[in-house]
Ligand binder design. Structure first.
Ligand code: ASP
Length: 355
């Protein structure tokens, strides 16, 4: 890069960074729907983000502020503090943010020891010329920006991980605590197990979970974020869809936004959030777009991951909102909810199921 192009770049970056700071859109407001949607674990996040929008914050600041409540929550085992760890017992977080008006994005992957990865992702967007930082580099960057390191593994999450390790094989040397049969941890395992008909035994299904949150502000600005501890007990270094722009989230300010929770590998293989926004650009409603990406996933799922009836053996959900404020939640299987806050208040609504 020459000095001139560097100066031009620095100028463009500072203009864009200013636009991404809080309240940038407040002066250009026109009437329009104001709405925040999120995955089913995100009712507190949509409420908070809505309040921040009312205070005049930019939607990107509002969604990052909203999901911070869930990142902080030790009882949500899928995000931030208290998230379930990787197979070695270390919590590794993925997150990304995307800002509609500037089309800028930031993400972090395999980040350890920082409870608000969405805030670090926002810093990547605002304070670097990059989109994605991973692992040790992401941590170094977070430290440089003053984020405090801490142990994110709560006692509850540690005990769940330990029991998983002790029960996954009868051919290793780890044995579960026989006195543990009635504990909250044993209950967690029961709730996340399915009956295998052939053997009559319960099979533990590794829990998934994440929060996605998207906001439409009064001036028509859209932004979104996805933040997660990812697949429980993953191979260290595994990165899911959540920090990948186009997979776990995407927004085009002229069209709409989409984000996802559930099996990240399916989104990485189908770039589903990008696909859903492009389907809306071609005229699909949020619900049609969300259902079509589910059909594509169902069609391309490999045999190993299909149930006896041929359907995918995993769930995955999409949270889709169009520029004009229409919105939908769609899931592979009926039964999931998603959160909405708008002028009617905060509520959970049903996702439409493909099956
Ligand atoms: N999509 C996340 C991932 O694959 C996990 C989840 O949403 O449950 O990392």
């Amino acid at each position: 890069m020459t000095d001139v192009t560097r100066r031009l770049f620095m100028h463009a970056a500072s203009v864009a960074a200013a636009a991404v700071s809080s309240g940038a859109s407040a002066g250009t407001r026109v009437a329009g729907p104001v709405r925040v949607i999120a995955s089913g674990n995100g009712a507190s996040a949509t409420q908070k983000a809505w309040e921040l929008l009312q205070e005049g914050l930019d939607p990107v600041d509002a969604v990052v502020g909203g999901v911070a409540l869930v990142e902080d929550d030790p009882l949500d085992n899928s995000v931030g503090y208290g998230g379930l760890p990787n197979e070695r017992g270390v919590v590794e977080l993925d997150a990304a943010v995307m800002h509609g008006p500037t089309h800028r994005a930031g993400g972090v992957a395999s980040l350890q020891g920082i409870r608000h990865p969405a805030q670090v992702a926002l810093k990547v967007l605002q304070r670097t010329d990059h989109v994605l930082l991973v692992g040790a580099g992401a941590l170094e960057f977070a430290r440089a920006h003053g984020f405090q390191e801490e142990n994110l593994l709560t006692e509850h999450s540690r005990k769940i991980w330990l029991r998983w390790k002790e029960t996954m094989s009868e051919r290793d040397d780890w044995l579960p605590d026989p006195a543990d049969a009635e504990s909250p941890v044993a209950d967690f395992f029961r709730r996340n197990s399915v009956l295998v008909e052939d053997t009559g035994r319960l099979r533990f299904r590794r829990p998934t979970g994440t929060i996605h949150c998207a906001a439409l502000g009064a001036g028509g600005s859209m932004s979104c974020t996805t933040t997660t501890s990812g697949l429980a007990f993953k191979i260290p270094g595994r990165v899911g869809d959540s920090p990948i722009i186009g997979a776990g989230l995407y927004v085009d300010n002229e069209v709409g936004s989409c984000g996802s929770t559930g099996r990240g590998e399916a989104n990485l293989q189908n770039l589903s959030s990008f696909a859903a926004v492009e389907l809306m650009r071609s005229g699909a409603s949020p619900e049609e777009a969300g259902m079509e990406v589910l059909r594509r996933i169902a069609k391309t799922t490999e045999q190993r991951l299909r149930r006896a009836d041929g359907k995918p053996d995993f769930d995955i959900s999409f949270y889709v909102m169009s520029k004009d404020g229409r919105y939908a939640g769609t899931s592979m299987y009926k039964g999931s909810k998603f959160a909405v806050t708008d002028e009617r208040g905060t509520r959970l609504e049903d996702c439409q199921g493909l099956y």
